[in-house]
Design a protein around this ligand. Structure first.
Ligand code: FUC
Length: 753
């Protein structure tokens, strides 16, 4: 075994990345870097998590005040298509803004003739290394993104004197100016506004730089600085030239004027130039060794809390891309599952730290000006999935950015609840952005209702915060944060319910995320009277409200109302085949029996409404079977968790195997059944979407330990091929940690502390 390669903790390759999905991610929650590792020319794609298009704004209701009431009446009469067309025309507003790439740091070494090339990412230290020999000299480049020092740092060393020569430059697709002076390249820039006219398709969106200050976007300053041992450094035509050094140390800092979701980044912007300069100054003063030590200590404090060991044979020594290919051909490589698990934890540590933005569709890594789905927060599954493994795998503080997002969305969502629904409390729809957009998106175009009109996301997002309380037992959090949020959400849901023809309380009309059924004339329609998921979320929030009020001893009017409503809620309806009826009525036929969303199974996972031995679990199993296994990356991820909750370990593992199918580097959007992993282990929807990485990590944790009302269950879904193994540092409800060891599929040791 190579000394510096651990089969469950290292990604490594014997060639440089050609495509972005082969490059390797580094991050400190705020600054993201994708390192290509080219010997002759290094490219590092950089991100900062507040670089988004746009500025604070709110879109009011476009159509008449009573649109929702009218749609509701139509849906109660089962005039679903009419309800849809009305909402499409009068209820949807502008789409979200998009997450932006900062730019590339390019190091041009004037070519190389690499021999013995290797690059690797050590997940346990968060350090990326490139090594090769060229023209008789051995080169080593190491880099990381430091959370304690808020900089990206790289050291370039050679085993020969004066062998380090290169040109360094910064490039950006944003509006900006690049200058070089002394030992620095500076990039000063500004983000555009993303505009789209009503009625146009998404592809017609344009980026504009408005004249009016109140409409201008976020400003930023990025600095790349070089210190050398020997040799000389001088600026030349906006670049920096390093010649004949023994070694070089690069530090990169960036700060932006973003000052909160509701403040103009220009008129009320946060200072950014001086902070960027002082980041660089501090890093230069500390130097490589101290920066590295502080980074590794900080990283390990989180990473080392939890570890999975599934054994593994010689396959683990191969380069990661080869391992993926060989695994697809049936080679047994148990350490690859552990690597996928650890990579999910690594991406949490690198992508979401206290005080940073929550991870978006691509975490914090995006190189495109117009990224797929705007690289936004899609909150009808994707953002929530990003946070599934965080608590279980012992990284509770990394979930705080999600808490911030939800608190701010609750503010923005009050206005949306009032204007669109004339309701108290707050709500948000199927996606959001840095500016906490909470209105239903769309542009009046055909089909927008199937995703845009879904005012249920606040309830789902809160499920993740409820878990934070379950895991940590933090009473202050319950009192000051969780209970007020759950109350606001419950208030909205309670105001929205009315009776169906059987006297059951329903949230009407409703969609089941992004899915539609076929009307008798063949038209597709997403709007029904209500849906299984909608009612599952309402039930979950009502139940939680009562549990929390009970714990706090603060029952009031809202609790009284909710207590009365709970038994009258429309429950699950089963289809003729015994599956869960997605639109909560019999006879509505799905447009696509293999649809990627499995929203109707919310009660099984992530909620805890249906236990594995509940008679309803059979309906869940039947639904999953009818849906089939295949799907987009995140769809596979969700199904791993569902089968784990159903305690079928072999089926869960089958889905992990599908997620480990190597997808070549193509980046096109594909909704067909093509999920997998890119060579860099990033989840392929396709395209890259980070949720599947997190979904797989949480699924693996769910296979090993599950929470239950009567205490934890160990190895509830252990696959037959994971015969021997151990896991250390998984968390369970009640602020406890678990270590387990098993042999021949049987638990041999367990420790709860
Ligand atoms: C939802 C999913 C898509 C994709 C997008 C970002 O709309 O249905 O598959 O993941 O979010």
């Amino acid at each position: 075994m190579m000394r510096d390669i651990h089969p469950a903790h290292t990604l490594w390759y014997d060639k440089a990345a050609e495509f972005w999905n082969e490059a390797l991610p580094l991050g400190n929650g705020r600054i993201g870097a994708m390192v290509f590792g080219g010997a002759g020319k290094e490219r590092i794609c950089l991100n900062e998590d507040t670089l988004w298009t746009g500025h604070p704004r709110h879109y009011g209701l476009y159509g008449p005040e009573d649109t929702w009431e009218k749609a509701r009446a139509l849906a109660h009469e089962k005039k679903y298509r009419e309800a849809e067309l009305l909402l499409q025309r009068d209820f949807t507003a502008a789409p979200t803004q998009n997450y932006l790439p900062l730019g590339d740091l390019i190091l041009d070494f004037g070519g190389a003739e690499p021999w013995g090339y290797r690059r690797r990412l050590d997940l346990s230290t968060g350090v990326h290394t490139v090594e090769y020999e060229s023209r008789g000299v051995f080169y080593k480049r190491e880099c990381f993104v430091s959370a304690p020092d808020q900089v990206f740092v790289m050291r370039i060393a050679a085993n020969d004197k004066a062998a380090v020569t290169f040109t360094m430059e910064l490039e950006t697709q944003l509006r900006g100016t690049v200058t070089a002076s002394g030992k620095e390249v500076l990039l000063k820039g500004q983000c555009p506004d993303r505009r789209i006219e009503r009625g146009l398709g998404q592809e017609r969106a344009v980026h504009v730089y408005p004249e009016e200050k109140s409409e201008q976007g976020i400003e930023f300053l990025a600095i790349a600085h070089v210190e050398t041992v020997g040799g000389k450094v001088y600026p030349s035509q906006g670049k920096l030239r390093v010649e004949g050094a023994d070694a070089a140390e690069i530090s990169f800092a960036v700060r932006t004027s973003f000052n909160g979701w509701d403040r103009s980044p220009v008129l009320e912007g946060r200072p950014f130039e001086r902070p960027a300069k002082s980041d660089i100054q501090r890093a230069a003063n500390r130097g490589w060794k101290k920066l590295l030590e502080a980074h590794v200590a900080d990283h390990k404090a989180l990473y080392d809390r939890c570890e999975l060991n599934l054994g593994g044979g010689p396959e683990g020594e191969k380069p990661t891309d080869e391992r993926l290919l060989r695994h697809m051909r049936g080679r047994e490589d148990n350490a690859l599952y552990a690597l996928l698990f650890h990579f999910g934890r690594y991406l949490t540590i690198a992508g979401s730290r206290p005080g940073t933005q929550a991870t978006n569709l691509q975490g914090i890594w995006n190189h495109r000006l117009n990224p797929p789905w705007n690289s936004n927060y899609t909150i009808n599954i994707n953002t929530e999935m990003n946070y599934w493994p965080v608590l279980m795998t012992n990284l509770a503080e990394c979930s705080l950015p999600l808490h911030d997002l939800v608190k701010e969305l609750a503010e923005s969502g009050k206005r949306t609840a009032a204007e669109y629904y004339h309701a108290p409390g707050f709500c948000s729809h199927h996606n959001t952005d840095l500016w906490r957009l909470s209105t239903p998106v769309g542009n009046g175009g055909e089909g927008v209702v199937r995703w845009g009109v879904w005012p249920m996301s606040a309830g789902w997002l809160l499920r993740e915060l409820i878990e934070y309380w379950n895991y940590t037992g933090d009473e202050e959090f319950l009192k000051d944060t969780l209970y007020p949020l759950v109350s606001g959400c419950a208030e909205f849901y309670a105001a929205m319910l009315d009776e169906d023809s059987e006297g059951k309380l329903v949230f009407c009309p409703s969609t089941s995320p992004e899915h539609a059924f076929v009307l008798s004339d063949g038209t597709l329609c997403p709007i029904a009277e209500t849906t299984a998921m909608t009612m599952a979320i309402v039930k979950d929030i009502f139940t939680e409200l009562l549990r929390e009020a009970g714990t706090l001893g603060c029952e009031g009017r809202l609790e009284e109302t909710v207590r009365e409503m709970l038994p009258k809620l429309r429950g699950y309806v089963l289809s003729e085949t015994g599956a869960v009826a997605e639109w909560a009525e019999k006879g509505l036929v799905s447009e696509d029996e293999h649809h990627r969303h499995i929203s109707h199974l919310y009660g099984m996972h992530p909620a805890h409404d249906i236990a594995w031995n509940d008679p309803l679990a059979d309906a869940v199993r039947q639904s999953l079977t009818e849906r089939g296994d295949d799907g987009t990356g995140w769809s596979l991820g969700w199904k791993i968790n569902q089968w784990a909750r159903l305690r079928d370990g072999d089926h869960a593992k089958k889905l992990i195997d599908m997620q480990l199918r190597m997808v070549e580097s193509g980046e096109e959007v594909n909704y067909a059944l093509k999920g997998g992993s890119y060579p860099n282990l990033f989840d392929a929807h396709p395209p890259f979407q980070i949720d599947g990485n997190y979904g797989a990590a949480s699924g693996i944790a769910e296979m090993l330990v599950q929470n239950g009302e009567n205490g934890p269950v160990f190895l509830p879904a252990l696959p037959s091929s994971w015969k021997n193994g151990s896991v250390r540092g998984l968390r369970i409800w009640g602020n406890k940690t678990v270590d387990l060891t098993w042999k021949n599929g049987e638990l041999t040791e367990s420790k709860v502390y």
